[in-house]
Design a protein around this ligand. Structure first.
Ligand SMILES: *Cc1c(COP(=O)(O)O)cnc(C)c1O
Length: 432
């Protein structure tokens, strides 16, 4: 493509195409990607960036992965899509089988949704319909913990952090769910559960479910909490007749060092959402897993789950997801995540010495540097690009969740860039 043509479409794009969470009226610099391979993004202007984000935590195998390309191409030749109402296909069956084999104990049934947010909507509907079918329609509220993030759709927004979250603008139209204090550190202490315990016991008769992200709270603040907190929540849900929905959309498929973060606490949820890395970042797809008890309970009076997306169980996405999971399972993923964790701990430690830095924390293939003040995104983003890395900080958080296949040399470039850019922030070059 000639220079003029590229300038032309980029100018058009800038005028007409929305990007997430930035002003369309006063857009910041947006970088055009021509192609991607391994852990590298190749920009239209010829620069190459090491990807420290896995495209919002999805591309665990990196890009242009031969095994995933082959699975997509083979499925394309058969059918890229067919409706799921009244029809089925082998990719959906095989993927469901694989997911249930690897999921926490008790998961028996799979609903394929088209994005993480939609899977959260479906999980909430499952819980509400379950209690309706049990003759307890008054159990229709949800309890969660602060600093959570569960997606952008209305039901999901209703359980996102009501203050710091991205959706406080809609507070007036969202259902009124309950929010308990989130743990303030990954170090367990008994007081962390007190507020949750009080709220679940006070409201048990009106609660359908508890929903939360296990061990790692992602887009609501990149916070980690102790396995004991999750174990206690499981026990309190059981004791209070409340279902437990676990949102593994960010944590699933190895990111925290376990296949699913629930495994850190050795608990099983009643309903579980997976998404993001499900297809290795190739296609949009998510899934809701649940137990026989919830499935049978929901159908008690002949009812059916009231959800059916157009692209439900898209065969292309199912085929790629199956290939992605098989590739993950055949790889030494646990050693890789352990090695990334050790390197992040070692190399991000230097950031602790910077005045701008409030905290450094690492779990699995997640490295977080929390600052005292929010970063000026419009200025810090190009600085990372100049260092040859792709990172997308938000608020006070500069973090990396690299593809699990990143090697130590490339990861070192990422951690070095974080340190060097934050050093410039400290020098007053980019902070607000
Ligand atoms: C990203 C995310 C979602 C929403 O998924 P989308 O695919 O963006 O709709 C929900 N929950 C968690 C924990 C997430 O990280």
């Amino acid at each position: 493509m000639c220079e003029g043509e590229r300038a032309e479409w980029q100018a058009f794009e800038k005028q007409h195409v929305w990007h997430p969470y930035v002003s369309m009226a006063a857009p910041p610099e947006i970088f055009a990607v021509a192609r991607a391979e391994g852990v590298r993004l190749y920009l239209e202007d010829g620069r190459e960036l090491i990807d420290g984000m896995s495209s919002w935590w999805c591309a665990i195998h990196g890009y242009n992965v031969p095994e995933l390309n082959a699975a997509a191409a083979a499925q394309l030749r058969k059918m890229s899509h067919v409706m799921f109402g009244g029809l089925t296909h082998e990719p959906a069956a095989r993927l469901a089988e694989r997911l249930l084999q690897m999921a926490p104990a008790g998961m028996r049934h799979v609903f394929f949704a088209d994005s993480g947010s939609v899977s959260v909507e479906v999980a909430i509907k499952m819980a509400l319909q379950y209690w309706q079918a049990q003759g307890r329609p008054e159990k229709k509220r949800l309890l969660t913990i602060r600093h959570g993030y569960h997606g952008d759709t209305f039901g999901a927004m209703g359980v996102c952090d009501p203050h710091g979250g991205m959706h406080h603008l809609f507070a007036g139209v969202l259902p009124h769910h309950l929010f308990a204090d989130a743990p303030d550190s990954a170090q367990w202490n008994e007081s962390q559960i007190a507020d949750f315990e009080a709220k679940i016991s006070a409201h048990r008769d009106e609660l359908a479910a508890v929903i939360l992200e296990p061990i790692v709270q992602g887009a609501g603040g990149m916070r980690f909490y102790a396995a004991e907190f999750l174990r206690r929540i499981r026990a309190l849900c059981d004791a209070s007749d409340v279902l437990l929905i676990v949102d593994e959309i960010a944590t699933g498929f190895g990111r925290t060092g376990r296949m699913f973060a629930c495994e850190h606490a050795a608990i099983s949820p009643d309903i579980m959402c997976v998404g993001k890395a499900l297809t290795g970042g190739y296609m949009t797809m998510a899934a809701v897993l649940t137990t026989s008890e919830v499935m049978h309970g929901l159908h008690k009076d002949g009812g059916v789950l009231m959800h059916g997306p157009t692209f439900m169980a898209n065969p292309l996405a199912c085929a790629v997801a199956l290939a992605s999971i098989d590739l993950l399972l055949a790889s030494p993923w646990q050693q890789r995540v352990n090695a990334i964790e050790a390197q992040l701990k070692h190399e991000l430690e230097a950031c602790r010495g910077l005045n701008a830095v409030a905290d450094v924390r690492v779990l699995g293939a997640i490295g977080v540097v929390e600052l005292h003040r929010p970063v000026d995104m419009a200025r810090i983003q190009p600085m990372f690009v100049e260092h040859g890395v792709w990172l997308r900080p938000f608020g006070k958080l500069v973090y990396t969740m690299p593809p699990l296949v990143i090697d130590s040399k490339d990861l070192n470039v990422v951690t070095q860039a974080i340190h060097d850019v934050l050093k410039d922030v400290e020098a007053g070059m980019v902070s607000r």
